[in-house]
Design a protein around this ligand. Structure first.
Ligand code: NAD
Length: 428
């Protein structure tokens, strides 16, 4: 794996360039983030001490519309990581044909060590620091790892205080009562489910004969696990940051999810319980989960989980990337050579930003949709773009990841060229 996550992310773009004719200018633009903001956020802790947390917001490209992307609270957040995530958002929005560019934000913090009040002060401080960099027509934050609707509600409220006006469309993933969309909280997992179902039908795979392992039983992973289990897939393993469980006969996913959710209360808004103490099972590590002999492997936690170091251990037939960047570029060739079919993050987890887009549309129109309407529109979009990428992969005989980049690049190239290319200026 390369030292820089962004350098690693860029390799996928280079590979896709071979299959598309795009202006040199457009490619040059896409090699660099448009703007990057680094801030220091002072937070008064409950014990009176002052702590300063580093925060970031990167707008990678906004040719197709305002920047769009989540905010991550995690101890490993860095400018390099946020830039890579903003780069992926640029392609994801293009792949789903959303009128947005790509952006991302983050704060280097372990939110589990903060009280709820400290977390609120940190969130308001972050918005204070980036308020001039975001806006409903500039850049619209959303939830990501360890941020949730409550955090988004604080963000909107702080932005409104600063601007002295009501701006629900400044962030998405808000609580429903503050202008959030129904279906947003489950959108990433639901969108991933539509993509998995569309492709499994092409491979003639029946749910009851398909085993699944999900790494990361959070917002995205738990929803996709439950939907697959309800359809008859045998979900045999799940994990969280503390470890995983495996049951050959399949796990009772709804009760694991219920357990996780019902035990949140005392530990502020973060679930401190591990899935390890619930059902009859074998306890496994996250490394062991990744190496299980299953049909579908769904990494839904963090980036760089499958790298050159452990790629030889992977035995799954299909990998659906629900997390962003769970496979490093140096593992691609090995997976491909062994016929392991990888469906990339910029398609699989795009349901979240798609319903974020629906939320932004509803906030701006003032007309709110039913959950059926949201899910139906989400289903249409996910299936349509999955089919298009599948066709590109078949036509050029390329992996789904490269096909997804080609698909996004086509749309981005068209938009960038519409602003004027070298040919236009030099050749008249
Ligand atoms: P989350 O915080 O709700 O859940 C993350 C889960 O991963 C938690 O259960 C945590 O315990 C677990 N985890 C953390 N480190 C782990 C490790 N080393 N091994 C195994 N599990 C670990 O976050 P989320 O919103 O579900 O996001 C998960 C991934 O999906 C991220 O890569 C995120 O960028 C991506 N994603 C999320 C959304 C969304 O709308 N939530 C949208 C697009 C992409």
């Amino acid at each position: 794996m390369s030292d820089s996550l962004f350098a690693d992310a860029s390799k996928r773009l280079e590979r896709a360039m071979k299959y598309i004719s795009i202006s040199e200018d457009a490619l040059e633009y896409l090699k660099y983030p448009k703007s990057s903001l680094i801030v220091s956020i002072p937070v008064r802790m409950d014990n009176g001490a002052l702590r300063i947390f580093p925060g970031y917001r990167v707008r990678y490209d906004d040719t197709r519309g305002p920047g769009k992307g989540g905010v991550r609270y995690h101890p490993n957040v860095s400018l390099d990581e946020v830039t890579s995530l903003a780069f992926w958002m640029t392609f994801k929005c293009a792949v789903l044909d959303l009128p947005f560019g790509g952006a991302k934000g983050g704060v280097t913090v372990n939110p589990k060590e903060l009280s709820k009040l400290e977390l609120e002060r940190l969130t308001r401080g972050y918005i204070e620091a980036i308020a001039d960099f975001i806006g409903p027509d500039i850049d619209i934050p959303a939830p990501d790892v360890y941020t949730n609707p409550m955090v988004m509600g604080w963000m909107m409220d702080q932005y409104n205080i600063i601007k002295r006006s009501l701006n629900p469309a400044v962030v998405t993933g808000k609580p429903i009562t503050l202008g959030g969309s129904v279906g947003r909280n489950t959108a990433t997992g639901t969108g991933a489910y539509f993509t998995i179902e569309t492709l499994m039908r092409k491979f003639d795979r029946q749910p009851h004969e398909t085993t699944v392992a999900v790494q990361g039983f959070g917002n995205a992973g738990a929803v996709v696990a439950e939907l697959l289990a309800k359809t008859g897939y045998k979900v045999v393993a799940v994990s969280d940051s503390k470890g995983g469980i495996y049951a050959k006969k399949g796990l009772d996913i709804p009760s694991i999810r219920h357990y996780k959710e019902s035990n949140k209360g005392i530990q502020a808004i973060y679930c401190e319980d591990s899935v390890c103490n619930i059902v009859e099972h074998e306890i496994i590590s996250n490394e062991e989960l990744l190496a299980l002999e299953v049909d579908l492997l769904i990494p839904a936690a963090l980036e760089n989980q499958i790298t050159a170091a452990n790629v030889k251990d992977i035995k799954a037939k299909y990998i659906f990337e629900v997390a962003n960047g769970p496979i490093s570029a140096d593992a691609d060739a090995d997976l491909e050579a062994r016929g392991i079919y990888v469906v990339p993050d910029i398609l699989v987890n795009a349901g979240g930003v798609t319903v974020s887009y629906f939320e932004w549309v509803q906030n701006r129109s003032g007309l709110y949709w039913s959950v059926e309407e949201v899910n139906q529109r989400l289903q249409q979009k996910m299936i349509k773009e999955t089919e298009k990428i599948w066709q590109l992969a078949e036509e050029f005989d390329i992996p789904m990841r490269t096909a997804a980049y080609v698909h996004g690049l086509n749309r981005l190239g068209e938009a960038l060229s519409a602003k004027g290319t070298r040919d236009y200026y030099v050749n008249g």
